[in-house]
Design a protein around this ligand. Structure first.
Ligand code: 5GP
Ligand code: MG
Length: 180
């Protein structure tokens, strides 16, 4: 028995499926950004596994930087105030920025980050998320690329995504049942 052998975790997307999709989307990024000054901006911490795998697949040059966003924190699954740190530090002038996040849920995070990056006058801003949900949303912004869709009511962990800072190291994506 390990801490992972719990009835609360149900495998949803395997490491193999993720690998396949990451390769497919690396090719898409290569086509879209060939010959352009690409800056990948990952939204920490949830996107760290995704970006680490993606950039190692890329066969075009890319700068990598990050910013930090948090809305859940130690409260678990109840969204709180959205905090964004580290935007001022980014050097985006003249760059084709590709924002990368783990999951597009209400869309608040990505649309907020998108608007703030736009103000810094990059050449262009695109976005990619590992996971998306088909839900009714208040925000109009939508990511350019979504690798997988997950159910509206599933809270997922693993491959960077956490529940109270746990489970980020799982190699695949699992649904977390019976939390809180
Ligand atoms: P949004 O601002 O789009 O509502 O939420 C995006 C952020 O909420 C994600 O970057 C992630 O940190 C968190 N989030 C939303 N849904 C889930 C989920 O099912 N599991 C986990 N671990 N985080 C989630
Ligand atoms: Mg989170």
């Amino acid at each position: 028995m390990t801490y992972l052998d719990t009835e609360c975790l149900a495998p949803l997307i395997s490491q193999e499926s993720i690998n396949e999709k990451v390769q497919e989307y690396a090719r898409i990024i290569e086509r879209e950004y060939a010959g352009k000054d690409l800056l990948i901006v990952m939204i920490m911490k949830g996107a760290f596994c995704f970006v680490a795998d993606l950039v190692r697949e890329l066969k075009i040059p890319a700068c990598i930087d990050f910013l930090t966003c948090s809305s859940y924190g130690m409260r678990g699954t109840v969204p709180g105030e959205l905090k964004v740190h580290g935007i001022e530090r980014l050097d985006v002038k003249g760059k084709h920025v590709l924002l990368i996040d783990d999951i597009f849920d209400t869309g608040r995070t990505l649309s907020e980050v998108y608007s703030r990056i736009k103000l810094l006058e990059p050449e262009a801003v695109g976005s990619m998320v590992l996971l998306g949900r088909n839900t009714e949303r208040e925000v109009v912004y939508h990511p350019d690329h979504v690798l997988f869709q997950v159910e509206e009511d599933a809270f997922v962990v693993g491959y960077g995504l956490d529940y109270k800072e746990q489970y980020r190291g799982l190699p695949g994506i699992c649904v977390l049942h019976h939390h809180e």
